[in-house]
Design a protein around this ligand. Structure first.
Ligand code: AMP
Ligand code: TRP
Length: 332
């Protein structure tokens, strides 16, 4: 029998915007695989979602929706708790403690994601919460003695900061936090926009032709795929410099489990019309059953799952925060 303890993984997802196939292929699909072999926790990070302008009705809706997507995609909440970050109060508390005893203004000023996001808001109008976002993220991770964090490349700087904060705390107050490793899963690492293959497919894109949402209808998917940009070369071949075509073949590959070679071979004497028709078929065959599973989960059912998730996460987080409170000199 293998008695080795499974490594702990934590990864968060924000309940904002429309989840698209890039989120699925770049994050959710990998989580489904990881939760089989690791001791995984998946917080839905609503406290992070309020760092930018938000609507309460929408926030509530998205929180439930994302939880449903995770379950419908194959994450078994018995194996890997799915919970709402704000339900586990220790996240905020540790965030504050890290703010005061480890995080420096100069660290946070270096964060490129803050610079990008605050520029969009008009720098002076960005909230203090947005500035402090990476410290709360560090708390999400450190609270669970996390060993591994699967993230997108855009989060590497935040993970380096998490490691720095953990080391500073350990140095000052004695060994308390594990220093987490992070990694990006290679497959589906970056799905690009269908209307502009230079940029990542994004839920905040201006045009809906940029992404395929997991909630899109059959007709919308067809329209979006047929409109996807290609280039002047009429052959269907995978080359590094053919950004748009490479991206479409990549999506085809990830959703059909066919190799690039097989795809190239299949469309050797065929044109983009046929390729795109087939690609939209493949996406539809993936998205519609997923939608059906999502819609079969009631709000009540998912609330129950989230409640149970929080019940599993809370004692672990509480044990850790208690240890921390003691170390820094709080009475209880
Ligand atoms: P976000 O939507 O930016 O909050 O990201 C949620 C998760 O999806 C993160 O793990 C991202 O790295 C991942 N993700 C977002 N957009 C893409 C994309 N276009 N391709 C691959 N992964 C993505
Ligand atoms: N900042 C992450 C993102 O936008 C979300 C996140 C919050 C997260 N807390 C986390 C990811 C903890 C990993 C671990 O994708």
């Amino acid at each position: 029998m293998n008695t080795k303890k499974k490594k702990r993984i934590v990864s968060g997802i924000q309940p904002t915007g429309n989840l698209h196939i890039g989120n699925y292929l770049g994050a959710v699909k990998n989580w489904v695989e990881l939760h089989e072999t690791y001791d995984a926790f998946f917080p839905i990070v609503d406290l992070h979602a309020i760092t930018l302008d938000f609507n309460p009705v929408e926030l509530r809706k998205k929180t439930l929706e994302i939880a449903k997507v995770l379950v419908a995609s194959g994450i078994n909440p018995q194996k890997a708790p799915i919970f709402v970050q704000s339900d586990v109060k220790a996240h905020c508390e540790l965030g504050w403690i890290l703010n005061c005893v480890t995080a420096r203004m100069s660290d946070l000023k270096k964060m490129t994601q803050f610079k990008d996001k605050s520029q969009k808001e008009g720098s002076d109008n960005a909230t203090v919460g947005l500035f402090d976002y990476p410290v709360l993220m560090a708390a999400d991770i450190l609270l669970y003695d996390t060993e591994l964090v699967p993230v997108g490349e855009d989060q590497f700087q935040h993970l380096e900061l998490t490691r720095t904060l953990a080391r500073r705390f350990n140095k000052k107050f004695g060994d308390t936090f594990k220093i987490p490793e992070y990694f990006v899963t290679k497959e589906g690492k970056r799905i690009m926009g269908l209307d502009d293959p230079i940029k990542k497919m994004s839920k905040s894109a201006k045009s809906k032709y940029n992404y395929i949402s997991l909630m899109d209808s059959e007709d919308e998917i067809k329209k979006k795929v047929m409109k996807a940009v290609t280039d002047s070369d009429p052959t269907i071949t995978y080359k590094e410099d053919r950004l748009a075509v490479k991206n479409l073949i990549n999506i085809y590959k990830l959703l059909s489990n066919k190799s690039i070679k097989e795809i190239e071979e299949k469309y050797k004497n065929k044109g983009f019309k046929e390729f795109k028709q087939d690609l939209s078929g493949i996406i539809i065959d993936f998205v519609l059953p997923l939608q059906k599973r999502i819609n079969s989960i009631s709000d009540r059912e998912i609330e129950k799952i989230l409640e149970e998730g929080a019940k599993k996460a809370t004692p672990i987080a509480e044990r850790k925060i208690k240890e921390i409170r003691k170390k820094i000199g709080f009475l209880h």
